[in-house]
Write a protein that binds this ligand. Structure first.
Ligand code: GAP
Length: 449
């Protein structure tokens, strides 16, 4: 059930990865969790800029999946859930990775990752050969206890995917919304997996965010909807600026399919170390609803009055990672160019994904400019997330905004006090326009639409 390791690791692009990780820390995008205590490799903290970027990724997904559609509704299910849910879903039994220990250095590895390499008997940590224990199945779910009395009956699990929340609420959602198949339930939220080998920055962490859609369809329409969602989801990444040569769809071979899935296709991104999964689109058949109906004793089907038939809807599931997608958008957007002989780092992010759409920069910190600059900020803030920066020279402030991908900088200068206009600078071309203050919202709206 766990995903395979990305292919084609090469070190020729380590440089790009190091630059992105460095930028992420320098500009408040992503910090190592608990860094002052030496760092915690399996989780990350999203800083003042990162929290906005991650939110922008999730907003873009929600907009396309829920807001712009009449056939999908949202849900925010609990993270803690009782064992019965995971018994029925098959996670208690099957959500495992094969784990081996090196008897020499005691380091632990996923056996399937070692088998994919050229020297499966060589310990990547200490270099000893033939020191691995027999593989044993390791369940990736985090277990904890609910309530003050520990022990049997108190155990609960942190969800390893958001999907089950949609299945167990299928009847609740259908009854409360009067939605009928084909319709979908969408959810964004944290999931937790006790990954044996977290790594590659936020690519694989033990705490991460998912954006999942469960789309319920009449059984005879499942193939059609599967094709439809494969196309839609690939297009979403392309529309948000991932170049064609860094994006591909890869259909799973028969040996890769989960036992319940008749077809799965991954959306993959060309990470610096090779192709890696951003999202899986799966045709899950009626497996999930049948399992939960059987285990709960509740009816999870649909009576189609028009055709006088009852059926268990089939499910098409596009399941994406929010944190992993954000990393892909960052890597794809990272660029360096030269401005008047000086190196410039710029994130050429789609404006919808930028932390700030606009930055307001008074030319100097002089009291004479501050009131007007604040006024400009206040006039833009209801429309877009804006930054306000009055420290350092203007050139350095432009560079800072370029580095976090802010599409437009608005500079309030001394002429603004007389002519009631400001300078608007565009990130990619660095072209500047003088715009009257009473036209500013319209000017930016047109460009950020
Ligand atoms: N409900 C199906 C499901 O969860 P998945 O392929 O295991 O499918 C979906 O997960 C997406 O969640 C992945 O494509 C990936 O983007 C993200 N994801 C999964 N495990 C992750 C991890 N440990 N760290 C970061 N993102 C992860």
């Amino acid at each position: 059930m766990a995903e395979p390791e990305p292919q084609d690791a090469s070190d020729s692009h380590e440089d790009l990865m190091a630059k992105v990780v460095n930028l992420a820390k320098r500009r408040g995008i992503v910090f190592q969790s608990a860094e002052i205590y030496g760092g915690f490799r399996s989780a990350y903290d999203y800083g003042p800029v990162g929290v906005l970027m991650l939110r922008a990724v999730k907003d873009a997904w929600w907009r396309s999946i829920v807001q712009m559609r009449h056939d999908v509704v949202g849900l925010d299910a609990s993270i803690l859930s009782p064992p019965a849910v995971w018994e029925a879903s098959g996670h208690l039994e099957n959500f495992t990775d094969p784990l081996v220990d090196c008897k020499s250095c005691k380091e632990r590895f996923r056996e399937d990752h070692l088998l994919e390499g050229d020297e499966p008997d060589l310990c990547p940590n200490c270099g000893e050969r033939g020191t691995f224990t027999e593989a044993r199945q390791f369940n990736l779910m985090f277990e904890t206890q609910a309530g003050p009395v520990a022990g049997k009956g108190a155990e609960v699990y942190l969800r390893p995917e958001t999907a089950q929340g949609m299945f167990v609420n299928f009847a609740n959602v259908m009854n409360s919304t009067r939605k009928r198949p084909p319709f979908g339930i969408a959810q964004i939220g944290k999931s937790f997996r006790n990954e044996i080998t977290p790594g590659n920055f936020v690519f694989r962490t033990r705490e991460f965010e998912q954006m999942e859609l469960e789309f319920f369809v009449p059984p005879d329409e499942a193939d059609k909807w599967y094709e439809y969602w494969c196309g839609e989801r690939l297009r979403w990444y392309a529309d948000l600026g991932i170049p064609d040569d860094m994006l591909r769809a890869r259909a799973h071979g028969a040996d890769e399919l989960s036992h319940y899935s008749s077809a799965t296709s991954d959306v993959e991104f060309l990470f610096p170390w090779g192709w890696g999964e951003l999202e899986g689109v799966a045709n899950r058949g009626d497996y999930d609803l049948r399992q939960h109906a059987e285990h709960s004793g509740e009816r999870l089907d649909f009576f189609d009055q028009a055709n006088d038939t009852r059926y268990v809807p089939h499910v098409i599931e596009p399941a994406a990672g929010a944190t992993r997608s954000m990393m892909a958008f960052l890597i794809a957007a990272y660029d360096e160019d030269e401005v008047r002989g000086e190196a410039r780092t710029v994130l050429r992010l789609h404006h919808r994904l930028a932390a700030y759409r606009v930055a307001v920069l008074p030319l100097s910190k002089k009291d004479t400019l501050t009131p007007l600059a604040h006024e400009v900020f206040d006039s833009l803030a209801p429309h877009w997330q804006c930054d306000y920066d009055e420290t350092q020279a203007i050139g350095r402030r432009y560079r800072r905004q370029d580095e976090i991908g802010t599409p437009y900088c608005v500079t309030v200068d001394f002429d603004s006090l007389d002519d009631g206009a400001v300078t608007v600078r565009e990130r990619d071309t660095m072209d500047q326009d003088r715009v009257a203050l009473d036209q500013l919202v319209a000017y930016l709206s047109e460009r950020l639409a």
